[in-house]
Design a protein around this ligand. Structure first.
Ligand SMILES: [Zn+2]
Length: 304
């Protein structure tokens, strides 16, 4: 696809964004990075116009100036919303071309489970006015809405980034994502193993590899219910569902089922005798004794 897109993570640690159950800047950076990853995968040329630490005055101009200088075809600013009682995804636009992208991205992100608040025409936003290219501001979810944030944690930034890239393209991107497979399994998980963490601290990661982002930490002695193994990493039910811990530091403590055998004792003074045969001919009885003795079984012949 012959398309050049600029991506900007909204705000920065000096000119801060909104804050709720998560911080807007922390999460919009992850979503921006994932969106760039999937755009590149789909063959879109991307530039990252995310600002570093700077004042509010510089913050907005930085991305727009960089995008205009690079003559991009689409300007995207990644944000998160916050309003008491608000939830879901919305995308702000100004131009008709911007609305096409906004509608598609709203549809893709809402397909992940967020409420579709729809595309919003905004005439007074700096980035929408100053970017030369069609511009959109994506508000993926509300940082102050617990159910939105819970869903975000379940899905991960990667899934939202992918949905954004698919919204730009107007079709799905066929990729093998571990996350989606695992999310599907979670709804009806059956733990296959009970484990105990053996490392002092054990990082739970976003994906089943040691360089993936850390999402939580287990400590020595923590008990985990394992329901999947991928590339040496266990997916567990505790902490963040659908995330991964190294199997190397988990001891299998699944209880072993051993059948209980109660010995039956003969009544006092009596014995249980084991008989292998009964013969009317003594020769046949002796032949049988010989056969058993060859097998190492001690025998006696008794006339009954
Ligand atoms: Zn924002």
């Amino acid at each position: 696809m012959d398309l050049k897109v600029s991506n900007r993570g909204g705000h920065n640690k000096q000119a801060v964004g909104t804050h709720g159950y998560v911080d807007e800047v922390d999460e919009d950076r992850l979503i921006c990075a994932a969106a760039i990853k999937y755009q590149k995968l789909a063959g879109i040329e991307t530039i990252d116009v995310t600002p570093g630490r700077c004042s509010t005055n510089v913050d907005l101009a930085y991305g727009v100036n960089k995008a205009n200088a690079a003559n991009v075809d689409l300007f995207i600013s990644h944000h998160l919303n916050a309003t008491p009682g608000g939830f879901g995804v919305e995308v702000c636009y100004l131009s008709a071309k911007g609305k096409v992208y906004a509608d598609r991205i709203c549809a893709k992100i809402s397909a992940l489970g967020f409420k579709n608040r729809g595309s919003k025409l905004r005439k007074n936003l700096y980035e929408l006015n100053q970017a030369h290219a069609p511009a959109i501001i994506i508000e993926s979810f509300f940082v102050d809405c617990k159910s939105d944030v819970d869903l975000y944690h379940k899905l991960g930034a990667d899934a939202i980034g992918k949905a954004i890239a698919e919204g730009i393209l107007g079709h799905s991107i066929a990729t093998k994502t571990v996350t989606s497979t695992v999310t599907a399994k979670v709804s009806s998980y059956t733990p296959v193993k009970l484990g105990e963490v053996t490392a002092t601290t054990l990082n739970q990661r976003d994906h089943a590899n040691a360089s993936s982002a850390i999402v939580s930490t287990f400590k020595k002695g923590d008990i985990v219910h394992v329901y999947g193994l991928v590339d040496g990493f266990y997916s567990v039910v505790e902490h963040k569902i659908g995330k991964w811990i190294s199997a190397e530091y988990v001891k299998d403590i699944t209880p072993k089922v051993t059948p209980v055998v109660k010995p039956v004792v003969a009544p006092t003074g009596q014995l249980y005798k084991v008989q292998t045969g009964a013969f009317s001919s003594k020769t046949n009885a002796e032949n049988e004794t010989e056969r058993l003795e060859k097998l190492g079984i001690e025998t006696t012949i008794k006339l009954v």
